[in-house]
Design a binder for this molecule. Structure first.
Ligand code: PRX
Length: 638
């Protein structure tokens, strides 16, 4: 379990990168300070102005209803549907024939959809869902590879007022079954599989197993992607292409006007307990927030080709592959597979082939590609790129500079955006006009008021670490945790209840120039390759193996993934650890949760450090593994 070499600390970097003249001159937002002050002094006025840029069936009575804080409500009284803005309004303009989605599969097959064609696919699928009895407000689970049908499925649900719950295609049986049950989904949309590193994944097989564990599914619709043989159950399983070619699919479908605050989707994310939480986002505020942040931060121009190289199964994909870019009428690039398949130039080939203008990805992906050397990107014409972006974890200066110099050829500013599943969209982020410090997420977005505070809520000194809090509501914020409003209060709003602040769960620092630096999570959430996993989830997957009595999981630094999972396991009496059992346990976690959750290493131990009340002290395990000071041990049981 060797921690990686000591890296340069982001906060020690002093260099400042000024944006090129031509970027500043053409930027959508040319001035930050004044507009920021205005957006804070008149927050509701600012958001109303942004909301005016969208279409509404009926305007709001009130911009912000805080009468039941922290259960805030935005644009109350308004009627809209995110589809009204993401598709319908474009059909009335020249955008009708503009490309909405350019998709490329890993094997190299391509498909493109204009806004007109997108509307057709979504309308037909919406009719199919209506025919399957899908009702407004019910939650449809989607478990798919990165193919256009994934976006169609999300959009079709929204169009008829159903909510979607997308489960990341890299997750496995346990994770899928748990999420289906929590959402009480009656309908599942999936695919036979998808392509990843030249292999066909077996999604339908996993879905079948999950449906056995989660009894609520009555209808399962399967897209044929790989053509591999799969088991289909009579009366439950239907092929997508069969349904779409039946008369019930029709070709027209009316978008259902929704209340602004009606649920658009839930998205599960990891927290500190084993049970993932389904965060609820709504039609009105989410549309306004994601569209505004996308337009201003990435300076979206009519002719731009936008590539957010994330998976739609995560919030990044929901907000910035599907909803925001479509609302802004952009051309979205989608790619199915691995960045280095068949060769490490796959992404750079994509940039050149499609003339991509903006690339938004994660530090993990950058580090992964950097490892193959600059000869791969250097073979390609990347001159179409104007802006770059990153998200998911703090970017180390080495990766930042490589991204900036090799991919951006020194003249594409990097938008390092800090946000969360809970926030819906970018919260702390540069604008194209911002002078950048590598590794800093710079300044709060318009309307966002932040603080870096101690446990009592006092602002910490300049340059000191503290808890990151958000001091006032914003339209994109999650409204609650599905089925568990108490947990919503407890997780985010309890610690600074007196002040009414949202606690992000991250430690941060603000330097003498006001730049924000994100240090990392303060709870038991581990960011593996930018993906969010809970220690408790990994531990319960390990404990579900018959050889295991108890387990603890922590995240330790990893050169490519940022962090990797290391586990400590107590075996059942009479059993002893071996490298064979170690690999078996890793496989077991992979099978239960998905490959990203597989521990990097497993150590067999006789005891785990615990508090007197029986809680595992993961911080002690972590400090020991890193050879650091173990801190306060007074609560440690002998
Ligand atoms: O720790 C922060 C980290 O990712 C967490 C949120 O994870 P998730 O809900 O999966 O959303 C990720 C994509 C929006 C945060 O609490 N994080 C996200 N962006 C950054 C970041 N850490 C540092 N810099 C970022 N730009």
């Amino acid at each position: 379990m060797a921690p990686t070499k000591k890296a340069e600390k982001p906060a020690e970097i002093k260099a400042i990168y000024n944006p090129p003249e031509h970027i500043i001159k053409n930027a959508t937002v040319r001035e930050y300070d004044k507009l920021y002050r205005r957006s804070i002094e008149d927050r509701e006025g600012f958001w109303a102005e942004q909301a005016e840029l969208l279409d509404w069936y009926q305007k709001w009575d009130q911009v912000l209803d805080d009468s039941q804080a922290p259960f805030y409500r935005w644009f109350t009284g308004a009627k809209t549907n995110i589809i009204q803005n993401a598709i319908d309004r474009h059909l009335k303009t020249a955008r009708r024939n503009k490309l909405a989605i350019i998709w490329e599969g890993e094997p190299g097959d391509t498909r493109t959809f204009s806004y007109h064609a997108l509307n057709r696919e979504v309308s037909k699928l919406a009719n199919v869902l209506l025919n399957m009895g899908v009702k407004r407000g019910e939650i449809v689970t989607i478990y798919m590879p990165q193919i256009p049908e994934l976006a169609f499925a999300m959009l079709a649900c929204a169009k008829i007022g159903a909510a979607h719950s997308v489960v990341y295609g890299g997750f496995s049986v346990e994770a899928l079954a748990g999420r289906i049950t929590d959402a009480q989904s009656r309908v599942l949309i999936t695919a036979d599989g998808g392509y990843r590193r030249g292999r066909a994944t077996k999604l339908k097989e996993i879905a079948n197993e999950a449906m056995q564990r989660a009894a609520t599914i009555e209808v399962c619709i399967t897209v044929k992607r790989t053509g591999e043989e799969v088991y289909m159950e009579n009366d439950r399983d239907f092929w997508y292409h069969d349904l779409m070619s039946m008369p019930i699919a029709g070709h027209k479908c009316e978008t259902v006007p929704m209340d602004s605050e009606e649920m658009l989707f839930i998205l599960y994310t990891s927290g500190t307990t084993g049970q993932p939480k389904g965060l609820v986002h709504t039609h009105g505020g989410y549309a306004v927030y994601t569209a505004t942040t996308h337009r201003m931060v990435f300076d979206i121009k009519e002719e731009d080709r936008w590539w957010c190289a994330a998976d739609p199964g995560w919030i990044t994909g929901h907000s910035y592959i599907v909803y925001a870019p479509l609302i802004n009428g952009a051309t979205v690039i989608m790619y199915e597979g691995a960045p280095n398949h068949p060769y490490p130039n796959r992404w750079w080939q994509m940039v050149e082939k499609y003339g991509i203008n903006i690339l938004y990805t994660s530090p993990t992906a950058i580090r992964g590609l950097m490892r193959f050397g600059r000869a791969w990107p250097d073979r390609h014409d990347l001159s179409s790129l104007r802006l770059l972006g990153t998200v998911g974890e703090t970017i180390n200066p080495e990766a930042w500079r490589w991204y900036h110099e090799v991919i951006g050829r020194g003249n594409c500013p990097i938008m390092d955006t800090w946000w969360q599943t809970e926030t819906g969209g970018f919260m702390i982020t540069p604008l194209p006009i911002t002078a950048l410090k590598p590794g800093s997420v710079t300044f709060p977005f318009f309307g966002i008021e932040i603080g870096v505070v101690d446990e009592q809520g006092q602002e910490v000194a300049t340059g000191a670490d503290g808890n990151l809090v958000i001091k006032a509501p914003w339209p994109g914020m999650a409204r609650t945790i599905h089925g568990d409003p108490d947990r919503f209060l407890e997780t985010y709003w309890k610690d600074y209840k007196k002040q009414g602040w949202y606690k992000a769960g991250d430690a941060a620092r603000i330097d003498e120039d006001g730049y924000v630096w994100i240090i990392g999570r303060t709870d038991d959430v581990i960011k593996v390759a930018g993906y969010r996993l809970g220690s408790a989830e990994v531990e319960s997957a390990l404990a579900s193996h018959e050889a295991v009595t108890e387990a603890a999981a922590i995240g330790l630094p990893h050169e490519i993934k940022g962090h990797a999972i290391h586990a400590f396991v107590i075996l059942r009496a009479g059993l002893s650890g071996s490298s064979q059992l170690e690999s078996e346990l890793k496989e077991h976690v992979g099978r239960e949760m998905g490959p990203i959750a597989k521990p990097e290493s497993i150590e067999f131990v006789d005891m785990l450090p615990k508090t007197r009340s029986g809680k595992i002290m993961r911080r002690v395990l972590k400090a020991r593994a890193l050879g650091e000071d173990e801190g306060d041990l007074t609560t440690l049981e002998e």
